[in-house]
Write a protein that binds this ligand. Structure first.
Ligand code: PEP
Ligand code: MG
Length: 314
């Protein structure tokens, strides 16, 4: 209220500078993401609902690197049916016109609750019954989602990703459920794509540490720094009081990231990142140096990230 002339001038100048910056970024919408020395990196977007796809395309993303499907469950009065889910996945795959779409299977639990699902009260919900743990325990919830995903796979380039994997056993169990679902669809003569890549998030330190072993069993990794930082540094990602410890530049976090990328490459697999760090301008040059293949971020970060990547050498 009642800003001074000086304040008005300052904010006007900032607004104009931002508009100019945005116009510059917009020129890069259909440009390649290639470093000055000619190496291509994939710039992808994180989404929560099919409605977000418009913003993904408007910002020139080359893929969806993380579709957080839990919003389908959270915006519903009951568990979404197979058909409801099929429609949502189909809409995203079609909206992306054949560009890759990484769909993460349900990551409920931790901070994400469902009003119709009585999750047990826990002392440490972030370390508790959630995500893939819940899916492997309540297999009917998991198979419904996987059936919907495989059915939708004929409409685009689907990649399936499991959250919160902390051991090889969990990964193998989750993959076995995918095989069961595909066998079921075969019996029912329901078509699905035979080229669906299956990958996992690296967001638990135990998974990062055995990523050499895990890499043999996946098509790709996507590093979830939001949780990886939390679990590596033992710092609650929601607790402001200790947020000074929540640091993506902690050498322990950087070492894990580097190791995961190297272990993926040793097995000929690709490694992406879908945590907030992937869109961070200070982090991107480091990740380029580590050889990260795919960067997935909120759509508004894509064009600034492309500008940065296009301006540096690997
Ligand atoms: C992450 O943990 O980095 C991540 C992308 O997942 P979410 O933020 O949904 O936990
Ligand atoms: Mg996470």
């Amino acid at each position: 209220i009642n800003p001074s002339e000086e304040q008005i001038a300052t904010f006007k100048a900032a607004g104009e500078a931002y508009a100019k910056q945005k116009a510059e970024w917009a020129l890069l919408k259909d440009a390649q993401t290639v470093t000055a020395d000619g190496k291509h990196f994939e710039l992808a977007a994180n989404i929560g609902t099919p409605k977000d796809v418009e913003g993904v395309n408007d910002n020139g993303a080359e893929a969806v690197g993380l579709y957080r499907t839990e919003f389908l469950y959270m915006d519903s009065q009951d568990f979404p049916t197979e058909d409801d889910q099929y429609e949502a996945y189909k809409a995203v795959l079609e909206g992306m016109n054949g560009k890759p779409v990484v769909v993460r299977t349900m990551d409920i639990g931790g901070d994400k609750e469902l009003p119709y699902f009585d999750l047990p009260k826990e002392m440490n919900p972030f370390l508790g019954y959630r995500a893939i743990r819940l899916c492997l325990d309540r297999k009917e919830i998991f198979t419904t989602q996987l059936r919907a995903l495989y059915r939708a796979s004929v409409h685009g380039k689907l990649r399936i990703m499991f959250p919160m994997i902390s051991s090889l056993e969990e990964l193998l169990q989750a993959k076995a459920v995918c095989e069961e679902v595909k066998a079921e669809l075969d019996t029912e003569n329901i078509p699905y794509s035979k080229d669906v890549e299956v990958g996992m998030m690296i967001e638990v330190p135990s998974a990062a540490v055995i990523s050499d072993v895990l890499a043999k069993h996946v098509d790709f990794f996507s590093i979830g720094t939001n949780d990886l930082i939390q679990y590596t540094c033992a710092v609650d990602r929601m607790n402001q009081k200790i947020s000074y410890l929540y640091n993506q530049f902690n050498p322990a976090v950087l070492r894990l990231i580097k190791m995961v990328i190297e272990n993926a490459h040793k097995e000929g697999k690709w490694a992406g990142m879908c945590g907030e760090s992937a869109g961070d301008q200070r982090m991107i040059p480091i990740l380029l140096g580590f050889g990260l293949d795919e960067f997935s971020m909120s759509p508004i970060s894509i064009l600034p990230a492309r500008k940065l990547i296009n301006s540096v050498s690997e």
